[in-house]
Design a protein around this ligand. Structure first.
Ligand code: NAI
Ligand code: MG
Length: 361
């Protein structure tokens, strides 16, 4: 049976980088069925909405979604509901994408771009799994009022609610244990169990779920310590699972260890392992249309799609190996270029990955 992929290039460099990822997927000789649709600003121009019903239906019916990026400054004056970025929020909500995967990989050839010492980051390969639909970002009640008690009773105050239900923690824990099993068999759960009841509960539930994965080694760590370990000895970490807010912060911290936004893929999955795969960066209007965008984050997102939604780990490995080969050969788009390497454009980088896929190692 062929694998159905909804292809949503979006705006700006989205169309350029997705085109390269598609060429790489097509070079694999697997049975894909690609269907493209407009999303973001491009969909707003054509249909008056950033996430038209037809695009959403296509995504819902697909095994996976390959997404480019959305947005442009020219839409900043639109009302919030019509802005391109709403498309990604709508897709997350309708597909119930609760598990966000953000790998941070530091290729030995690119360590110069990292802000940390080469020996600390060279060869780094960690995966942060962030719960995406709960936590203090969505907990009710929230709002502003007059402080009901305390030293400043009567003063204006704002409040949010941190909360997680057992099923929410269980499902992200299962996803994380399964991902750890596909890697080094090690999972680190990050919380703040010493201070927050929500995260004591998180720790308890993750520990319970662990009983079903005796082959995976589980460790718990407080988030403040995890933030330190990420810059002190990141290579000791492999798969990290945490809540929405801590994951937001830690995944950006981890991303910076690798040095370049043009290299970072991401995935958001639901309970059926259906997923949306996209580069971590945006539509980069400043370089759109110039043919210089780095397509590797999107190509690596396509590899994640093969691994996590389509059960094609071998094909995913092949793409990742091809990307490494191209970097080792010295090819660089401007964002990762350094003295002594060869500067190439988007298309040429895609060509090189396709060629590396074909050449025997
Ligand atoms: P951005 O990630 O688009 O760009 C930040 C900087 O990184 C720019 O200088 C850009 O040229 C560079 N850059 C990004 N991707 C690159 C690549 N593949 N190759 C080479 N250089 C690259 O973030 P920015 O500028 O804050 O936002 C631009 C637009 O993208 C906004 O409308 C924003 O809302 C949207 N956006 C969309 C996202 C999505 O579709 N998931 C995520 C983040 C931002
Ligand atoms: Mg963030």
């Amino acid at each position: 049976m062929s694998m159905k992929i909804a292809v949503l290039p979006g705006d700006g460099i989205g169309t350029e980088i997705v085109a390269e990822a598609l060429r790489v997927l097509q070079a694999l000789d697997l049975a894909f069925e690609f269907e493209q649709a407009l999303v973001g600003g491009a969909a707003y121009e054509a249909h008056g909405h950033p996430l038209p019903e037809s695009t959403l239906k296509l995504a819902q019916a697909a095994d996976a979604v390959l997404f480019g990026a959305v947005g442009d400054w020219k839409y900043d004056t639109l009302e919030r509901a019509l802005r391109p970025e709403q498309a990604i929020l709508g897709l997350r909500k309708h597909l119930q994408l609760f598990a966000n995967f953000r790998p941070a990989i530091c290729y030995p050839e690119l360590t110069a771009a990292s802000s940390l010492k080469p020996e600390i980051v060279s060869g780094l390969d960690l995966l942060i799994i962030r719960e995406l639909t709960g936590d203090i970002y969505f907990g009710q009640p929230r709002g502003r009022r007059s402080a009901p008690d305390g030293a400043f009773a009567g003063a204006p105050e704002a409040f949010d609610t941190m909360r997680y239900t057992r099923p929410e923690i269980e499902r992200i824990a299962h996803v994380a244990f399964q991902a750890a099993r596909k890697r080094r068999g090690k999972l680190l759960s990050v919380d703040k169990a010493n201070v927050l009841e929500t995260f004591q509960f998180w720790r308890d539930v993750v520990t319970e779920v662990h009983a079903q994965y005796p082959d995976v080694e589980l460790e718990h760590m407080y988030v403040d310590n995890a933030a330190m370990q990420l810059v002190k000895a990141p290579k000791r970490l492999d798969v990290v699972v945490t809540g929405n807010m801590f994951g937001d912060i830690l995944s950006d911290e981890a991303a910076m260890l690798t040095g370049s936004i043009g290299m970072l893929p991401s995935a958001s999955l639901n309970a059926r392992n259906q997923g949306l795969y996209e580069p971590s960066h945006g539509s980069a209007p400043d370089i759109a249309g110039k043919g210089v965008a780095n397509p590797l984050a999107t190509i690596l997102s396509a590899a994640m799609m093969l691994r996590y939604s389509l059960d094609q780990a071998d094909a995913a490995d092949r793409i990742e190996t091809a990307v490494r080969a191209v970097l080792a050969a010295g090819l660089r788009t401007p964002d990762i270029w350094s003295e002594g390497t060869r500067k190439v454009g988007t298309r040429e980088m895609g060509d090189a990955v396709v060629a590396a896929l074909a050449s025997p190692k």
